[in-house]
Design a protein around this ligand. Structure first.
Ligand SMILES: NC(=O)c1ccc[n+]([C@@H]2O[C@H](COP(=O)([O-])OP(=O)(O)OC[C@H]3O[C@@H](n4cnc5c(N)ncnc54)[C@H](O)[C@@H]3O)[C@@H](O)[C@H]2O)c1
Length: 271
């Protein structure tokens, strides 16, 4: 007989926000499957989370990997309640005139096409059960230009648009689809390395970025994961097609402490 725990598949769950999501979903009582290309790491994350977490090899650029992952989890657990399309890379940096076409193709295959593939195969399982929640990790960089490199920003904007478009379709089958748009989060993605050197590199990045953040700090991965779990839960039952910004005020405007004295010092209006 199939178990009753809700089931969640998280791509890129070996690190950063994805690993924090895996932990938060376990705490919320889910069975969690982590799909990542860093298989040793995802196995270690799953092992640390206990018997209700497992890992599968999943490259989000490969359609067959999504197909196999969904087929396998349906055979084992009998349902898919939540897909978190989280895996991504920064992609190529630099000026538009210098970016080779293959960098565009590569970036969009990991950052954007992956979300299409994930939703396509999750929808197959969720439509059969008439329920489910998909959470796509987009970015503040996908909402306002200038917060990330060209390809990353454009792909994240596309993730938001596809989220909203698919939400309108799947609403009729009881499936909700939302995006989360984090600002700056303390994860290896900023450091260019995936091994333990990332923490040392993060020490400098944390200090460099703090000044530009209205809250004076970057987010911790758990602060994003809590919102993802909420979007998966019945507590957000009327929320769909939404892009939830979690950025410590970044897109609201410049930090108050950086605004000119003219605005910060009280002066009564001229009458
Ligand atoms: N860290 C931030 O400041 C920030 C801000 C906004 C949005 N995001 C988004 O959050 C998500 C998670 O990023 P993170 O910051 O935790 O980074 P991270 O580098 O810590 O984690 C990314 C994970 O994705 C996996 N991955 C990469 N390519 C993959 C592939 N082809 N197939 C399967 N897995 C793959 C990596 O192995 C890694 O485990 C990404 O979508 C990222 O764009 C991050």
């Amino acid at each position: 007989m199939h178990e009753q725990r809700p089931v969640c598949l998280i791509t890129g769950g070996a690190s950063g926000i994805g690993a924090a999501c895996a932990s938060a979903f376990i705490t919320a009582g889910y069975t969690v499957i982590i799909g990542d290309i860093q298989h040793d790491k995802s196995r270690a994350v799953a092992a640390a989370l206990g018997e209700h977490a497992s890992a599968c090899e999943l490259n989000v650029a490969v359609e067959a990997d999504f197909e196999n992952a969904v087929t396998a989890l349906m055979a084992t657990h009998g349902r898919l309640d939540c897909l978190v399309n989280n895996a991504a890379i920064v992609g190529a940096l630099g000026p538009i005139a210098e970016i080779p076409l293959e960098e565009f193709e590569y970036a969009q295959s990991i950052i954007f096409r992956s979300v299409f593939l994930g939703m396509k195969h999750a929808a197959r399982a969720m439509q059969g059960q008439g329920s489910g929640s998909i959470v796509n990790i987009a970015s503040a960089a996908g909402l306002v230009a200038g917060y990330g490199p060209h390809l990353y920003s454009a792909c994240k904007a596309a993730v938001v648009q596809l989220t909203q478009s698919v939400a309108l379709e799947l609403i009729e089958q009881g499936i909700r689809v939302n995006a989360v748009c984090p600002g700056n989060v303390e994860t290896p993605i900023h450091t260019g390395v995936t091994d333990e050197r990332w923490l040392r590199r993060m020490d400098k990045i944390r200090i460099d970025r703090a000044d530009d953040q209205p809250m004076g700090r970057m987010a911790l991965p758990a602060e994003i994961a809590d919102a993802v779990v909420w979007l998966a839960s019945a507590q957000s039952s009327y929320v769909t097609g939404h892009a939830l910004v979690i950025d410590g005020g970044l897109l609201a405007g410049p930090p108050w402490r950086k605004q000119p004295d003219y605005y910060r010092e009280f002066r009564p209006a001229r009458r």
